[in-house]
Design a protein around this ligand. Sequence first.
Ligand code: ZN
Length: 684
Amino acid sequence: MNDMTNPLLDFSGLPRFASVRAEHIEPAADRLIAEGRATIERLASQDAVPTWESFVEPLDDANERLARMWTQASHLNNVVNTPELRDAYNAALPKVTQYFSEQGQDQRLHAGFKALRAAKDFDSWPRARRRHVDNELRDFRLGGAELPPPQKERFREIQEELARLGAKFSENVLDATNAYALYITDASELSGLPEDVRQAAKEAAAKDGREGWKLTLHMPCYLPVMQYADSPSLRERMYRANVTRASAESLDGKAEWNNDPHVVRILELRAEAAKLLGYPTFADRSLATKMAATPAEALAFLDDLARRARPFAQRDMVELRQFAKQELGMAEVFAWDVSYASEKLRQKRYAFSEQEVKEYFTEDEVLAGMFRVVKAIYGLDVKAAQAELYRDDARFFEITDSSGQRVGQFYMDLYAREGKRGGAWMDDAINRRRLGKRVQTPVAFLTCNFPAPVNGRPALFTHRDVSTLFHEFGHGLHQLLTQVDELGVSGINGVEWDAVELPSQFMENFCWEWEVVAPMTKQVDTGARIPRELFDKMLAAKNFQSGMGFVRQLEFALFDMRLHAQAGAQTPQSVLALLDEVRAQVAVFEVPAFNRFPNQFSHIFAGGYAAGYYSYKWAEVLSSDAYGAFEESGVLNPETGARFRREVLACGGSRPALESFVAFRGRKPQIDALLRHNGMTATA
Ligand code: ZN
């Protein structure tokens, strides 16, 4: 096979999905990695002082080709997985990862970026170029590139040990989760459980060669048990098993799954690595790449939200206790009763049929309604367009401006199926970039997992599905409406981690506007619009127990930030003591002493959310407050839309997210709109 016949090496236009095969992946990766390395060697041996044109552009060219090829391979691996594709993808993955990570350690590239930064006229460079160089230098520094040799070696050791410990932490949680089974032989113990959950439990028991039903801690079983099982003792047993996973309190787990020593060691190593880089704590280090400036700022933000939200959470809890006492005969509501009693209260107050709602949200009307929002606020047209597809039921669209000029294009792959990764996401296929006189317009992948059409009827979406679609389309618009000319900071590239969800969560708000929702519904059999009364019920249910949900998130976020913002060695006891303090500040019901939540908190001990969990709420504040401007001017107001597009979407990562926000809103973010959108206002 040569370059001419490998479609993954054709960069003249859109991906050639009709001809890409598994066997194209590894040779294309090998070829592009070799070219990239040759480029880096050439750049490193240049005698002349590097300039943007002689240094960044060739490096971007080489890396972009590999990234464009690789995003196609990843996309296919994610959405039309076959054993051949998976093998080919996994064979190339370590090589691609290695190629990019060695650049982060390359002294010569580091020196090149330092030379660019020192250029006499640097301050007069375009904003996007300056930002890109500064980001690169920051990432070199955070990767340990500026440390003297012995510390550099120690820093590398720490990173390796942290990677191992993080993997071990989540393995322990997984093993403890998988190992637990509760076999029930008396059907009366399962009273209240939905039929499909019982059926699955029965099949699981039969698979183990047992009579009766097998209950597990996997979410499709655990959640319905906590929500629906009438037996308090069954709920208590399951709750206890769940919250003691991977801890010494576990009655069923193995001692080697205990995450206590890993928690302590991870905190110790993170603190040491942060110190090596010159930060007082790991929290300070974590915020170096985020919009929040200091741990104190993030904590003040969380404390403020907690102060405002807690009265509403307390009110939710009082209501729940009253209801449980009067209607369910429960003298007390324990931690394992909260979901159960809440579900009963929700049904009583806000019952409506999900199935009924679903029949109004038919695919074509939903898409047309979503595109009408884009037309109304940005003046842009979205139309189906031609492209090679990897499946007949994937779709392709083009966005054009009022003069018919192409702004961007995107693939949309909506249906769940075998061989497709679960969830919903946006990925970049091609990034906007100026190449001489020509502008390369951006292309995105939007992927969801909604039910496919059946029996000749159109696909029907739940309201949650619709909201998910708007969310991903919001990410897509961030990628597609960028006006930035430089690859490294165009679209979502270079956007601070805690600001990435602004454009996506922003779009979700439109799904709760009558003037947007009504016209995008069409009952699948009758063609009728959704009745206002049903929509009002959905709106009322939206904020059910929002106060309680809010303080729960704040508990996690405060615990995470305070844990990483303190100096000094930790013990399992001190970690729990801190969690108790946080709970005393925000929680609205008692948690039993055996609860070992930190031992399962994979987000911060095994994922990327360490000293970053606050960003869920942070981004919600940004998106709610941004949407507040639309509420003030009329939600489909084109002037507000143009301003949002110009100051937020178009700027991508070319300037700090806070600057973009202030330029749009005329002031710094405020939390009021988020509280209002959650029904938490003084008059509510
Ligand atoms: Zn998102």
